[in-house]
Design a protein around this ligand. Structure first.
Ligand code: AMP
Length: 482
């Protein structure tokens, strides 16, 4: 299948070819013609599937083909995203794909000065990409006019709801023309009952579009779990990174606080590390991501929400410092490693209290994750894991949990006492084991967790990745919790 058959204009095809894209991804094949027809769509697709070009290319074409009043400074298309990083990435795509068209765009999000955004809005913006909170600030100050929006796009709608943006979204919808007078596109990786409710109030006879996640199939990722006490996880992590000479590692924690603390401790161990989450200034977040992508920072410590939407591909190492409380998040996390045939390992550090979470994950992926106790790091089960942090109501990555953080802080401190002896720079008898930590015993072909483990589904598009259910099933099943 070629891009030339999708009905895109010469200017857009030129921009696509300049990007080096040879053929459209499945979501692009399905979504582009429907959007060009003016249909509303409800799409099940996550980051990595090419969804951004899937809506940006037809959006640019539609706006360019319709007359606009140059004197009116009203926004013609609005893209709402949950995070600042995603907003910035989407606007960058609009600039890239729209480079041969006379349309302009802007991105607005919090954490940076509002005045430059106001100046930009005054000069006139065709396509506005925004996070909900800052957009409402502009609306209150009357520095944005949304009454002429022709196309509305909700990107990562599920995360927006998880982050408590539903009220902001409803307020924004009230500022737009009625739903029948605009085109509406909703993208979401999961479909909870809240998403279904939102889709009813937002979409006009939508066409369902679904594709399997582009994540590396679970069978191709080398997975391993190390049972270890919570209080010794940091020590073990430093050791594995140092001994294995890992150059680029994405580490997941449950909380922002935990991410910060871990990054600091890793730096104290002599490893370059930085954390990315919603409490950081926008400049710090952008810098952290750029440094990690360029390789000047070795370890990026992230929460699920902060990492979501980041276009970081083909990582050699993903570490679950703490297991996610939602098993599907495990699949999203580890899918960032080993893409496009590259070697990749996904290692989970599992404390005794997390065994239940591990079993839930194994049930979901339909296979046992090999476990390897590392000599010198045998768990004694005395320290406690970070309490599970809920994201709801927290705009940028989960709420603070002082008590849990203190508990884990004490535990981490215990580990730190021993830290120097176990890290990669100051090797002792654990070195041999540590080198093995990243390389030995990693199985790509383990057996299913139990005879009754969930069967891996497949669709007309071929085998489906673990954790994936067809959109129609997710849309219409009452048990769907998203
Ligand atoms: P997205 O899912 O929109 O975040 O896109 C993920 C990545 O895929 C981005 O780095 C895009 O530049 C890239 N991409 C989008 N469409 C294509 C395509 N047709 N061929 C190759 N890469 C693509």
């Amino acid at each position: 299948m070629s891009f030339d058959t999708l009905g895109l204009s010469a200017e857009l095809l030129r921009a696509v070819h300049e990007q080096g894209y040879n053929e459209p991804t499945p979501i692009q094949v399905k979504a582009i013609p429907l959007i060009l027809e003016g249909r509303d769509i409800m799409a099940g697709a996550q980051t990595g599937t090419g969804k951004t070009a899937g809506f940006t290319l037809p959006l640019l074409q539609l706006l360019n083909s319709r007359p606009s009043d140059p004197k009116k400074r009203a926004v013609r298309a609005l893209v709402l995203t949950p995070t600042r990083e995603l907003a910035a990435q989407v606007e960058q795509s609009i600039i890239t794909y729209g480079r041969h068209l006379p349309l302009n765009s802007a991105v607005i999000f919090g954490g940076v000065k509002i005045n430059p955004q106001i100046d930009k809005m005054r000069r006139g913006v065709d396509i506005l990409v925004a996070t909900p909170g800052r957009l409402l600030d502009h609306a209150r100050q009357r520095t944005v006019d949304l009454s002429k929006v022709e196309v509305l796009i909700l990107d990562e709608a599920d995360r927006m709801l998880d982050m408590g943006f539903i009220h902001d979204i409803r307020k924004i919808l009230a500022l737009l023309p009625p739903k029948g007078q605009r085109q509406n596109l909703l993208f979401s990786a999961t479909f909870s009952s809240e998403i279904k409710q939102l889709s009813h109030s937002l979409l006009n006879q939508p066409e369902l579009v679904e594709v399997a996640p582009r994540n590396t199939p679970i069978e191709l990722i080398a997975q391993l779990a190390h049972p270890v006490d919570q209080g010794r996880k940091r020590e073990l992590l430093s050791h594995m990174i140092g001994a294995g000479n890992w150059r680029q590692v994405l580490v997941f924690t449950r909380t922002k606080h935990g991410a910060n603390r871990l990054a600091k401790q890793l730096v104290m161990d002599g490893l370059s590390a930085t954390a990315i989450h919603g409490n950081k200034s926008q400049g710090a977040r952008t810098r952290a991501l750029a440094d990690f992508k360029q390789g000047s920072v070795r370890i990026l410590v992230a929460t699920d929400i902060a990492a979501r939407g980041l276009d970081i591909d083909q990582l050699p190492h993903v570490v679950n410092y703490e297991l996610p409380n939602v098993p599907e998040d495990y699949v999203h996390r580890i899918g960032r490693t080993g893409r496009a045939g590259n070697e990749g390992t996904a290692i989970s550090l599992v404390s005794t209290e997390e065994n239940r979470l591990l079993r839930d994950i194994e049930r979901l992926i339909g296979r046992a994750i090999p476990k390897q106790v590392l000599p010198g790091y045998e768990p004694d089960g005395r320290s406690r894991a970070e309490p599970v942090e809920r994201a709801r109501g927290d705009r940028q990555g989960g709420r603070r949990n002082g008590r849990g953080a203190n508990t884990a802080g004490t535990a981490a401190g215990t580990g730190q006492t021993n830290g120097r002896s176990g890290n990669g720079r100051n090797q002792n008898s654990r070195t041999a084991n540590g080198q093995g930590a990243g390389r030995q015993g990693v199985s790509r072909n383990s057996k299913p967790a139990q005879p009754g483990a969930r069967h891996q589904p497949s669709t007309r598009n071929g085998p489906v990745k673990a954790g994936y259910r067809p959109l129609a099933e997710r849309m219409f099943s009452d048990q769907d919790g998203g």
